[in-house]
Write a protein that binds this ligand. Sequence first.
Ligand SMILES: *[C@@H]1O[C@H](CO)[C@@H](O)[C@H](O)[C@H]1NC(C)=O
Ligand SMILES: *[C@@H]1O[C@H](CO)[C@@H](O)[C@H](O)[C@H]1NC(C)=O
Ligand SMILES: *[C@@H]1O[C@H](CO)[C@@H](O)[C@H](O)[C@H]1NC(C)=O
Ligand SMILES: *[C@@H]1O[C@H](CO)[C@@H](O)[C@H](O)[C@H]1NC(C)=O
Ligand SMILES: *[C@@H]1O[C@H](CO)[C@@H](O)[C@H](O)[C@H]1NC(C)=O
Ligand SMILES: *[C@@H]1O[C@H](CO)[C@@H](O)[C@H](O)[C@H]1NC(C)=O
Ligand SMILES: *[C@@H]1O[C@H](CO)[C@@H](O)[C@H](O)[C@H]1NC(C)=O
Ligand SMILES: *[C@@H]1O[C@H](CO)[C@@H](O)[C@H](O)[C@H]1NC(C)=O
Ligand SMILES: *[C@@H]1O[C@H](CO)[C@@H](O)[C@H](O)[C@H]1NC(C)=O
Length: 836
Amino acid sequence: MKRTIRSSVWSLLLCACSFPAYTYATSHVRRNDATFANTLVTSAPGKPTAHPSPPTIQDPASLVNLFIGVINGGHVFPGPTLPHGMAKPGMDTDSPGNHAGYDGDARFNVTGFSQLHDDGTGGAVPLSNFKLFPLISCPTGDTFVECQTTLEKRRVLRKVLSDGSPDDFASPGYFSTNLTNGIRVELTATRRTALHRYTFPAGVVNPRLIIDFTNDGSRSATSPEGIIDSKTGRVMASARFEASFGPGRYTAFTCVDFKGDGFTLGPPTEHGMWLENFPVKNSVNVHQLYQSFANQIGALLTFAPRKQGPTTILARVGVSFISAEQACSNAEEEIPKFDFDGVQKTARAAWNDILSRIQVKTENVDPETTKLFYSSLYRTHISPADYTGENPKWNSTEPYYDSLYCNWDTYRTLYPLMSLHDPENFARIVRGMINIQQHEGWLPECRGATAQHYIQGGSNADPILAEFFVKFHQQAKALHVDANALYNALVTDAEKQPPNFNLMGRQANILNKIGYIPSDVWDPAGTNTKQVSRTLEHAFGDFAISQVAKILGKKQDVAKFAKRSENFHNVWNPNVTAPGRPDISGFFQPRFLNGTFNFTDPRHCSVHAPDTATCFLDPENTDGFYESSPFVYSQYVPHDTAALIKLQGGTEKFIDRLNFIMDEDFFDSTDEPSQQIPYMFHYANRPGLSIQRSRQVIAQFYNTSINGLPGNDDSGAMGSYVAFYLAGLYPLPATSQILLGSPYFPEISFKNPVLGTTTTIRSKNFKGNPTNGTGGNVFVKSVTIDGKPWKSNCFLEWEAFQKGSTIELELTDDINVTCGRGAGALPASLSTGGFD
Ligand SMILES: *[C@@H]1O[C@H](CO)[C@@H](O)[C@H](O)[C@H]1NC(C)=O
Ligand SMILES: *[C@@H]1O[C@H](CO)[C@@H](O)[C@H](O)[C@H]1NC(C)=O
Ligand SMILES: *[C@@H]1O[C@H](CO)[C@@H](O)[C@H](O)[C@H]1NC(C)=O
Ligand SMILES: *[C@@H]1O[C@H](CO)[C@@H](O)[C@H](O)[C@H]1NC(C)=O
Ligand SMILES: *[C@@H]1O[C@H](CO)[C@@H](O)[C@H](O)[C@H]1NC(C)=O
Ligand SMILES: *[C@@H]1O[C@H](CO)[C@@H](O)[C@H](O)[C@H]1NC(C)=O
Ligand SMILES: *[C@@H]1O[C@H](CO)[C@@H](O)[C@H](O)[C@H]1NC(C)=O
Ligand SMILES: *[C@@H]1O[C@H](CO)[C@@H](O)[C@H](O)[C@H]1NC(C)=O
Ligand SMILES: *[C@@H]1O[C@H](CO)[C@@H](O)[C@H](O)[C@H]1NC(C)=O
């Protein structure tokens, strides 16, 4: 997503925030050297399962390239984290595209190493809080009070390698860089704690470290607080910051401790707080500075260097959203011994546990394709982040996940991929969402730094919860997901209008009354925008709810929500045609309360928009669509493509339109509503066209270079999408169907630790992948499951993954293959009796 927002919206929606006071405990560091169990966010490894063949890739972490999408707006986070970890320490730069801190362009300066980040988001720069920064020396005889502490003065370039790239390295759980001032920085992390390692070159006289309290990336800090313990060097700090994509603010806390690596680090030889470029020697708290709104404030410490050789200082940085004391206790508990290599090893092992659940065979496969696959799978597990124990808003024993940024981006592919190999984390995230509903009244849609963010498309926690329940209702109890609470959360979302539908829930009152969101009704509960795309999203949400109701045996609700899922018909205007193509007729369009339609040019919100279009959250969005064109949204009825084919004039016209959308670049590789379009030929019984189109999309837009992402990663939405395409699959969330293409690997298997099963998809006559995605022996002629012919070449059922199957594909170079013979060969649509 592009996620831009005009400042007028900010001021319109900005809340009146209060700034609660709090106090610090100034106790010394309690070093807890007792036995320590490293807390992993991943739960215990799965039950042993019968694996058909031994894993071929033992260390998939070695295949992950963390630098894909770190320039040109990918906003990918390349720093260390545990799978779904909260602490995400990383390099921050002065790049305008530093939403994840980093930029792969060596011309940008390093401004610090902060503790929390998001991956691939838009909005304002999120979570670059509490930067640490090493100073090699200070002006005029290296004096403390002359140290240059602001972002602008302290920043420094990285070393550059002979190929022009920065001297940076990253692998799962680890990051390192060499700065031009000779200092080396390395980072690793546990769930809530970052561990930094600063190596100052031999000969450094005054190794110094800045701890920055205010520069969060958006310059939004207010109420900075901080205290230095001059005896131990411990720094505790906090400030209030602006949410990235919402009206709220949040408070974050940190606790930093230091230790010599291989030598005894004494107490700081100098210490003090700084304001802008003025360190105040021996000051120990920010109240000793003259401060006003938005100034740069922090602490500065000098240490005695090691007697010989380089001086390596470890900085352990606890973070918390509850209190500075809790940031300290998190750090003491998770990293008691400052064991950098041990922490790094544990993180890598956690990544290998998750990544190795999907195994591929690589004969005749370009090694870059395998790297692209595991790198994309890796990014599926950066967000949401496990903030359990860090929710400042209420106490609960349920898990709490944040960085849901946003469900609209991730519901399509990220959660369905988790269904295949990581239901434990999926279950915890679902529990967290249900718990939010129980306390806030509605399911979260978009969330960051514990604050509600603006909704984008709809209330897309609905298909996420339904995806979990359709696939794991038999395991729900064992996974501690309460079916009644889940269903209640869904129904509340659909039926009850919230006080502010910009932040959660739906504009339910009028939607449920007239069956669409009209263009000309100004509801005080939210902004009058994106009425058409919200109508479409809610139709799919209602379908998702009907699937859950079916499993729970709630017959009346099944009928009610299935009926509502047909609301897309209410915004279809058959008379609008594509400019220059009168044969392409019928588009979703904005509709007034009185039943007549307004007109939005179908090219709006695409690269071909003929005039100014309003496609974002703006109150003046009169187009009625969010981020994508009417061309794209007019393909957007995932649960009833058969009805769409009818509306569009039959199979041939449907295929023509899909080809037009792809050939004329109405397909938008940067935006989620387009993600299913290349696969939609399946519904027209032309799976060969889907396979070719999806492969052309990969060839054109996705690769392992730093610009190998066409737009924001969107919290792993793009990563999981690419992983599915490479696996030769495309999911239909909240259903048991998965569309089948052909994998880029002769064999791919999915180990599901909760079900205790492994499912393998093997292509019997695999001959490799065409490099440009065109042609090749990649089309599916026939499918068997456990040796028996399967009814369709176009989809698989969840049952195959549930019981653990061997699925064999026979490939051909004939693009004219079909889904197969018989009524059951086409993938399901609601209006033709599917999903029963
Ligand atoms: C990097 O920092 C230097 C020194 O402050 C500055 O002159 C230069 O413009 C910065 N580079 C960028 C890309 O901002
Ligand atoms: C940085 O320099 C060290 C040697 O001082 C070297 O081992 C390392 O590979 C360099 N690059 C990175 C990214 O750490
Ligand atoms: C959570 O519990 C702690 C300990 O009882 C209490 O101090 C805190 O105020 C509670 N937080 C909320 C948001 O209720
Ligand atoms: C109808 O559409 C036009 C063109 O987008 C727009 O200017 C106008 O405000 C719309 N009317 C309403 C009531 O939304
Ligand atoms: C579309 O055009 C037909 C024929 O002119 C007309 O009967 C129908 O009401 C129009 N529909 C809409 C939604 O404008
Ligand atoms: C329907 O409502 C729109 C916008 O409010 C108005 O422009 C139009 O004239 C109305 N049409 C009829 C037939 O009432
Ligand atoms: C990678 O993909 C991008 C588009 O997303 C493209 O601009 C770039 O040329 C590609 N690089 C390689 C090496 O294929
Ligand atoms: C793709 O590559 C094949 C084989 O090299 C070639 O025949 C074909 O023309 C190419 N197609 C496109 C669209 O570049
Ligand atoms: C597929 O069908 C098209 C159109 O009917 C035809 O031109 C083409 O030769 C066919 N391809 C193969 C491999 O049979």
